[in-house]
Structures are given as structure tokens and as C-alpha cells.
Design a protein around this ligand. Structure first.
Ligand SMILES: [Zn+2]
Length: 486
């Protein structure tokens, strides 16, 4: 009886302790430990579990005969959480409101950068607060630097499309390092404004636009570094298309450490922005390669953290899922064949450009004329000797229908619901090719837009424990702020 009472007291005590630890872990701003001095915040745009898991299954499929994954470095971080992604407009967020949530701790409307739902109140961002406390700040993105995610850390605009105004805020931010893509409207929408690079220079930024100059950069002064080659919409190449003259996302991260390292510490946000773009276009191979590029950038931060284990926090997350990507497709049932993605050599964008050129050169282009290119760059074939990538009659029919749309001028193409569901406004032939190769691999898509599933959060280093649990995306800001001690 007595023992029973003791044990129930102990149980009660234990459950209080457990409850307290749960509350403690999930309270966003209660971090009491040693504050982190060096903060890396990696955002895979459009990167939720399907994007991360497909990269791990791809690596496993290529490396092993048995069915085992190869884990990415950041999925092995000791702390893991799940974050909701909805915004004030919808359960399916856009990148502007998601970026605002993580950078400022506030929900806002889709399309709004760093402002409230009335579009009148500006929220201070974690990067601005860190800057005001004497830390150095770096913002890196594989898409244009005025795009929604990077902008959410330095800009306050009622619309994410105010590219020139956003870029002006970049120039006046006082942040120490910007690296990645270029600008979408460097002279304003009407091309009547002072060139943004000139404004940046007037505000003390050293402008870098070659790989050699970039690699030779030494600390001191503010830097704005734009990748020498820009692909679509002033973004860096998809990693699958990366060339020797390119600066990789990992290079941008490494240089950031070199430039920002100082006794007051730094905050660096690194965005893998084209994971999202590849998923909008339902191009799994390009998405996977960009997730791997982000993982390599995290590696660079991990090496730095090994030298400063008690002072460094690394957080990796996504802002939302994109494309409704999943592992499993009706046609492949319980199996996957991700090794087939290895046949894809270039991104959908690069193939679009090839088709555009072919169309311009040959007004009488036929399906037979593009088939060799489809085989060369995606492996899909009509050759029965290669059963692995052999197009079924059904798949060939899909390609032929898509080709018939692709050879038309855009304004002559079908615009009904069925066409949207089939092609999503993308180049019909290319998106059909990626759909077919993805389905052969066992990957399904439900959308050409974002979806509303939560995202995983991975953390390591000082204060990592506060990132365990299930919380809102606005809490990520609060957690980082408490670990930095702002
Ligand atoms: Zn996004």
C-alpha cells in the first residue's frame, strides 16, 4: 500500500518532470544556455520530406543493390522538429509569407514581405536585429537576390513583386555579404531607374561577377557577388546544369564564412531556391540535385562548426512543400526505380531552350526529329533492346500529344482544364518527358503549386534542443532569436 503510494508519488513527480520538459522544449524563447555566436540558417525552398527523402532514396538507389537509403548530412542532426507552414491567406503558403514567418516571427498574407496583413506595419527581421547588435550578416540564394525568401530577411514591401524597391532595400540594408543570383528588375519595371548595381556601389558594396574575383575575395568591406552566369529569371544554374565558370552554393557559403567571421559573430541565411522551381515544373532529378547542392553547403557550415562547437548553431528547414511530390506512383505500385533518374542529364529549363532553338531553325519539326534528343538527355527510348527506359505505346502517345502542343505558338495552344492538369503552363513536351521519367522511377506529383504539408526542421550545435517538437513556422524565428540571445 505504502509502496504503491510512493510509486504513485514518484509517477506523479516524473510526469511533472516530463510535462515540464515537453513544455520547456516547445516554449520558443526560453533558451537559457550559452548563446550561439555563429548562426547558419539554411532554407530549401519547396523542400519538405518528399524532396529530402527522394534525395536519400536516389543516393541509396545509385549506391546500393539492397534497398537502403543514404542519409544526407543534415538529416543526421541530433535535433529535429516539424513546423507548420500555413499563412494568413491560406493553408498553402507562398514563399513571401513563409519567409516573413521565419525571418520575423509573424504570419502575414501570401505575397507580402516583412509587413503585417494590413500591409502598413513593418516587422523587424532577425537579420536586422542581429545586425543592430553588432553581428555581421550574410544572405545567399541560388535564385535572384530580390526573390521572396532572401528579401524576407532585409526588405519590407506590400508585394513581393516590387523587385526594384526590394533591391533598393538590399542596397541600404548595411548587411555585409550578398551572394547568389542577380536582380529581376535592376532598372525598375519601366527601365527608368538608376541601375541597382550602381546604387549598391554608391552604398559601399564591392561588386563581384567572376569566379576568379570571387575566389580571390578577402575580408573587409561589404560584398555583393552575383554568379557569372544566370540561367532563368536571373537565378544561378540548376545544379544539374552547373558549369566550371559557376560559383556553387557551397562556394558562396564558404566565402561567406571567410568574409563574415569576426569576434561579434554572424548570421548567414543560405537558400536553395531552385528546389522549389524544379518541383513547380515537376522535375524530380533537378530537384534532387539541388537538394544535394544544399546538403554540400550545409557540409561547409558543419566543418566551421567543428572548430567552434559551443558557439555555432545550424538550422536547416524548408519554407513549404512544392508540387505535391511523393514517393510512389500508381504505375509502379510498391516499387521505386530512382536509379532511372540518372538518365536525366539536364534540367527542364535547358531542354526547353534546346527545343526553342530547334523550332526556330526548323519550321517543319517532327516528333522523329526530337526523339534522339529525348533519348540523349533523358534516356527515354523506342529501342526495344533497352527495356529499362522503353516508352510504352501509352507514354509515346502522351509525348506525341505534348509535342503537337509544343510546336504551336503559345497563344494557339489548348487552354482547357485538361491541358493545365497535363502541362501546368510549362512547355508541354518537356513536362511530359519529366512526368514519364519520374513515373518510371516511382515518383508522383499532384500539383504545379505549393502544398500545405508541414516541413521538417533539423538543428545542431548550441541551443539545438529548442528545435525539437512540433511548432509553427513563426516559432523558428523565436527559437533562433532566443538561442542567439537577441
Ligand atoms: Zn518558397
Amino acid at each position: 500500500m505504502f509502496r504503491k503510494r510512493i510509486s504513485s508519488v514518484v509517477m506523479l513527480f516524473l510526469s511533472f518532470v516530463m510535462l515540464a520538459s515537453v513544455v520547456k522544449a516547445e516554449t520558443p524563447d526560453d533558451y537559457k544556455g550559452r548563446h550561439a555566436k555563429y548562426i547558419f540558417f539554411f532554407i530549401g525552398d519547396g523542400m519538405a520530406l518528399p524532396q529530402i527523402s527522394s534525395a536519400e532514396i536516389y543516393l541509396g538507389s545509385v549506391a546500393h543493390k539492397d534497398k537502403s537509403i543514404v542519409k544526407l548530412d543534415f538529416t543526421q542532426f541530433p535535433s529535429r522538429g516539424i513546423a507548420t507552414t500555413y499563412d494568413a491567406s491560406s493553408f498553402i503558403t507562398d514563399s513571401a509569407s513563409a519567409g516573413t514567418a521565419m525571418a520575423t516571427g509573424n504570419k502575414t498574407l501570401s505575397g507580402v514581405i516583412g509587413m503585417d496583413v494590413t500591409r502598413t506595419i513593418k516587422f523587424p527581421t532577425i537579420a536586422e536585429i542581429a545586425k543592430s547588435k553588432g553581428m555581421k550578416i550574410g544572405i545567399v540564394s541560388s535564385v535572384s537576390l530580390d526573390h521572396a525568401t532572401p528579401a524576407a530577411f532585409y526588405a519590407h514591401q506590400p508585394s513581393r513583386k516590387n523587385y526594384y524597391e526590394i533591391a533598393l532595400e538590399l542596397c541600404h540594408s548595411g548587411f555585409d555579404y550578398f551572394g547568389g543570383g542577380g536582380f529581376l528588375a535592376p532598372e525598375g519595371v519601366h527601365k527608368d531607374k538608376e541601375n541597382i548595381l550602381k546604387v549598391a556601389k554608391e552604398n559601399g558594396y564591392t561588386l563581384i561577377s567572376s569566379r576568379e574575383d570571387f575566389m580571390n575575395l578577402k575580408p573587409g568591406g561589404k560584398v555583393l557577388a552575383v554568379n557569372p552566369v544566370l540561367q532563368d529569371e536571373s537565378a544561378m544554374h540548376y545544379d544539374i546544369d552547373r558549369e566550371k565558370s559557376d560559383i556553387s552554393l557551397a562556394d558562396f557559403t564558404a566565402k561567406g564564412i571567410e568574409l563574415l567571421d569576426n569576434s561579434n559573430g554572424f548570421f548567414m541565411m543560405v537558400e536553395g531556391g531552385k528546389i522549389d522551381w524544379a518541383c513547380h515544373a515537376n522535375d524530380a532529378a533537378s530537384s534532387i540535385k539541388d537538394v544535394l547542392a544544399l546538403n554540400k553547403s550545409v557540409d561547409v557550415a558543419m566543418k566551421f562548426a567543428q572548430e567552434h562547437p559551443d558557439d555555432t548553431l545550424i538550422v536547416v528547414t524548408g519554407d513549404h512543400e512544392c508540387g505535391g511530390m511523393t514517393i510512389g506512383f500508381a504505375g509502379t505500385k510498391y516499387q521505386t526505380f530512382f536509379e532511372k533518374l540518372n538518365h536525366q542529364k539536364i534540367s527542364y529549363v535547358k531542354f526547353d531552350d534546346m527545343i526553342k532553338k530547334l523550332k526556330a531553325d526548323d519550321s517543319n519539326l517532327k516528333m522523329e526529329g526530337v526523339m534522339p534528343l529525348i533519348t540523349e538527355y533523358f534516356g527515354l527510348t523506342t529501342d526495344k533492346q533497352q527495356p529499362d527506359m522503353l516508352l510504352t505505346d501509352y507514354e509515346y502517345g502522351l509525348l506525341q500529344n505534348a509535342f503537337n502542343q509544343t510546336i504551336l505558338d503559345k497563344n494557339q495552344r489548348m487552354k482547357d482544364d485538361a491541358s493545365y492538369i497535363a502541362y501546368g503552363g510549362y512547355e508541354p513536351l518537356t513536362v511530359t518527358i519529366t512526368h514519364i521519367i519520374n513515373r518510371k522511377a516511382g515518383i508522383g506529383w499532384t500539383s504545379y503549386s505549393h502544398t500545405g504539408v508541414p516541413v521538417p526542421v533539423y538543428a545542431t550545435g548550441a541551443g539545438r534542443n529548442v528545435f525539437d517538437g512540433y511548432y509553427d513556422n513563426t516559432d523558428i524565428y523565436k527559437k533562433m532569436k532566443s538561442v542567439i540571445g537577441l
